[in-house]
Design a protein around this ligand. Structure first.
Ligand code: ATP
Length: 374
């Protein structure tokens, strides 16, 4: 069984509709129930700030401080983490709600938010992700990259550096006489980073497919087949240095075309994650709403299992309104699978009775108007 990473304390200050909250948790799953607008998702969002990035709403930090508060926001958590117990504090101060937030680990300022990945992995599934299969490919790439990042902490940096080099190339190509040496340097960077990024994605898809296959007959959730497409599709059996050469040549040959288009037309930023409902042998986007939700739940749980297996530490799971559309037996099966992952899950809903099958496995909390009661 993987080690259970869990939060034992969560303190929020001026975080969305919470003026001040201090919550003691006992290590079990946490069920948050309450009326619409009570603050359930806000609390999940606060926990999602214990991972790199802008959290489960992809928030602008300026929107997070409580309306009417004079400064920034803060989230503080005590976590039984991957490297032992740790205090994590994050937030903004008044006037610095720009691109970044501050992070302290055991009271010491961290160099980057990626340091969070030394202590815990937080994964989530929210209703906003319901359109994943039918929405733009950028949403699926972001989803995929978050999956990769939780196994490979370097992935975020590589993706950011690739974007930067690509923006530099696009800018240069818009000039009347771009410096060829500078262009070549940027393209070499793009090739190395882009192939490394794509490799990490392929590896994740391979591992996840294996796990989905293994869990195929386990419970009521359909299984998905996953495939990456849209970037050097026929090449991935070849050695990495050869693929890198191929991509570099593509970039070089594509300069005129890309200059005319005003953007780079080949690269990992054009890839898509293709998902099929295996039992029905149908593209996920053509499945019913309920089938899509079940596919997504199955994928996220398989990924959580992968993270637990690869790191030896079960991730913290945030499952927002996950039980709403499931019948009683599917709900019970879902809770058993979530519990079987060995980690701490936070789950929300409007009705406590929906979570009855969790029994003693969860701590039940009622959220009302930015405060919490047992
Ligand atoms: N910066 C902010 N300051 C104060 N209140 C905010 C801020 N941002 C969001 N809110 C409010 O927080 C409230 C709670 O939102 P939240 O999404 O957590 O509700 P919920 O309990 O998950 O509800 P639902 O069941 O409808 O999903 C909303 O009324 C929203 O307007």
């Amino acid at each position: 069984m993987p080690h259970k990473v869990s939060l034992s304390r969560l303190k929020l200050t001026d975080f969305r509709n919470y003026a001040a909250l201090s919550l003691a948790l006992d290590g079990r799953h946490v069920v948050l129930t309450g009326q619409n607008g009570a603050g359930k998702t806000n609390l999940m969002e606060a926990v999602s700030f214990l991972s790199p990035g802008r959290g489960l709403r992809r928030a602008a930090y300026g929107d997070v401080p409580r309306a009417g508060a004079s400064g920034g926001f803060s989230v503080f958590a005590t976590v039984d983490g991957m490297a032992g117990e740790v205090d994590i504090g994050t937030g903004t101060e008044g006037g610095d709600e720009g691109q970044s937030r501050r992070l302290r680990i055991n009271g010491t300022p961290a160099r980057t938010v990626d340091e969070l990945l030394d202590h815990l992995r937080v994964l989530w599934l929210t209703p906003a992700m319901d359109g994943l299969f039918t929405g733009p490919s950028a949403d699926r790439r972001r989803f995929l990259d978050r999956l990769v990042l939780s196994l490979d902490p370097e992935h975020g940096r590589r993706a950011a550096d690739f974007e930067k080099a690509m923006r530099g190339r696009n800018r240069l190509l818009s000039e009347p006489r771009p410096d060829p040496a500078w262009l070549s340097a940027l393209e070499s960077q793009m090739a190395a980073l882009g192939i490394a990024m794509a490799h990490a994605r392929h590896e994740l898809v391979g591992l996840l497919s294996g796990l989905v296959e293994a869990a195929r007959d386990d419970g009521p959730f359909p299984s998905a087949t996953l495939r990456l497409s849209g970037f050097l599709d026929a090449e991935w059996q070849r050695p990495a240095y050869e693929i890198e050469e191929t991509y570099l040549a593509l970039l070089r040959e594509g300069r005129h075309r890309d200059a005319a288009a005003g953007r780079t037309l080949d690269g990992p930023h054009r890839a898509d994650l293709l998902i099929r409902h295996r039992e029905k042998d149908m593209e996920a986007e053509r499945c019913s709403t309920g089938e899509q939700k079940a596919l997504l739940v199955g994928l996220v749980l398989a990924h959580a299992g992968l993270v637990a297996g690869m790191t030896g530490h079960a991730p913290v799971l945030l499952l927002d309104e996950i039980a709403a559309h499931l019948d009683e037996s599917r709900r019970a099966a879902l809770f058993d699978r979530v519990d079987g992952l060995g980690g701490q899950a936070f789950m929300t809903g409007t009705d406590r009775a929906m979570f009855a099958a969790l029994g003693e496995r969860a701590q039940f909390l009622t959220v009302a108007d930015g405060s919490i009661a047992p």
